[in-house]
Design a binder for this molecule. Structure first.
Ligand SMILES: NC(=O)c1ccc[n+]([C@@H]2O[C@H](COP(=O)([O-])OP(=O)(O)OC[C@H]3O[C@@H](n4cnc5c(N)ncnc54)[C@H](OP(=O)(O)O)[C@@H]3O)[C@@H](O)[C@H]2O)c1
Length: 266
């Protein structure tokens, strides 16, 4: 059965399936571990976690593979010949151009440095995820006859795009609200109280999660599903830790009914 799933040749599709299975397993391990260990950056930075590097450089290095690997595969597979795949790459890169080349330069120059562990692990994950999504969505042997022009009128594409855009708007707005909390030169933390911040401790993570749920729906792919699940496994526990951190730091000032990442639920 395992041989039927992976096939006999050690080609692209074999490695795609192998990494895809790994990503589902990593998601399970990650959600479990991150309730015990908090990634050392931002509010949760701490000493003794290896060398530190500036947050801006860290973000660019960490996100670059997700921007680059999928683009490389897109051209290698000549996916530009299919208009549906051109729309897909535009949607993916809309997020990753922002995250890699814009977001790092919007955060403060004086922002907290991060442990080098974070961009190193982030780069590895993003390279793997770029590969899985690159092959899983853009390689025709995996999706024989799936993405014909009518895909762009299908309910899953339309719903997925809407969810992706709502997610991206929530993510961008929530990050914008956070940036506006500090005056020039300030480095401390305040309680955010605008937009989705009224409902959850980490609405930027909620937005990010919705984006990849949208991607999973609009591509209707295993690769998209694995990414959406991993995003929740990574950001859900951190949002929970953020909520605890706010409660501990601001005590009664912090609204009691505010959830971690999913409004009214968690
Ligand atoms: N796809 C993924 O799995 C993934 C993983 C991680 C992050 N991301 C995305 O990357 C972006 C940044 O993530 P992050 O984990 O760095 O988010 P974050 O902890 O919310 O921090 C975002 C920025 O806001 C500042 N900030 C946060 N809380 C603040 C407060 N209460 N008062 C004043 N300033 C505050 C932070 O400063 P400090 O640096 O000084 O704390 C940082 O510059 C988000 O959009 C997130 O969704 C995605």
């Amino acid at each position: 059965m395992i041989r039927d799933f992976f096939g006999n040749d050690f080609g692209l599709v074999f490695f795609y399936k192998l990494f895809l299975v790994c990503q589902f397993v990593f998601a399970l391990v990650t959600i479990f571990l991150l309730f015990f260990i908090t990634a050392p950056y931002g509010k949760h930075s701490r000493k003794g976690m290896g060398r530190l590097i500036g947050a801006r450089v860290g973000w660019v290095f960490m996100e670059f593979p997700a921007f680059f690997v999928i683009l490389l595969l897109f051209f290698l597979f000549k996916a530009y010949e299919n208009p549906v795949l051109v729309v897909f790459i535009c949607i993916w890169e809309l997020h990753y151009i922002q995250r890699t080349f814009v977001y790092p330069f919007l955060i403060s120059k004086n922002g907290k440095p991060m442990s080098i562990l974070i961009p190193t692990l982030g780069m590895l994950f993003n390279a793997m995820n770029g590969f899985i999504n690159g092959v899983g969505v853009f390689y025709q042997d995996v999706n024989v006859g799936k993405y014909t022009l009518s895909w762009l009128y299908s309910p899953q594409f339309i719903v997925g795009v809407i969810v992706f855009l709502i997610g991206m708007s929530i993510n961008l707005h929530s990050d914008y609200v956070l940036r506006r909390l500090r005056g020039p030169g300030e480095t401390g933390y305040k309680i955010p109280d605008k937009g989705f911040h009224k409902l959850v401790a980490s609405p930027n993570y909620l937005g990010e999660f919705l984006e990849w749920v949208g991607w999973a729906i609009l591509t209707w792919s295993w690769a998209g599903l694995a990414f959406a699940i991993f995003t929740f496994a990574n950001l859900g526990p951190r949002a929970y830790k953020n909520k605890l951190w706010y409660r501990e730091t601001f005590k009664d000032e912090y609204p009691e009914n505010r959830k971690s990442i999913i409004p009214f639920l968690f």
